[in-house]
Design a protein around this ligand. Structure first.
Ligand code: SF4
Ligand code: SF4
Length: 109
């Protein structure tokens, strides 16, 4: 589980508020989000037949796959502007460019 919580571009994962929220009133309990997320962010409430967000910080920053595949539109995320603000505040474009230069062999086509 620790590997999933590694920092995102140097920002501690727990400082980033990015994870799905399930609207229980809309969830039809299909399980697509639970079984489809490779990071096991969700668990399943077998009694009430609902998806439950159990490990929110395991969610990949910027990913919205589960929201896209939910047939009931029950999954939501913060606005993407939240991520763009982080990029600006932490100068992540500059850092990415430096990383590209430093590790040319790793990233070159
Ligand atoms: S994909 Fe949507 S409807 Fe299906 S379990 Fe998840 S939240 Fe509920
Ligand atoms: S957004 Fe991606 S990583 Fe996050 S919970 Fe959904 S499928 Fe998993």
């Amino acid at each position: 589980m620790d590997a999933k919580l590694k920092p995102w571009h140097g920002i501690p994962r727990e400082k980033i508020s990015w994870h799905p929220t399930v609207d229980e009133t809309l969830c039809i309990g299909c399980g697509l989000c639970v079984t489809g997320c490779g990071r096991l962010v969700f668990r399943y409430d077998y009694q009430d037949k609902k998806a439950v967000v159990k490990d929110p910080d395991s969610c990949a920053v910027g990913c919205v796959t589960c929201a896209n595949i939910c047939p009931a539109h029950a999954v939501s995320f913060p606005p993407v502007s939240h991520i763009h603000r982080l990029i600006k505040e932490h100068e992540l474009i500059k850092k990415a460019r430096e990383e590209l230069k430093t590790n040319h062999e790793k990233y070159a086509v």
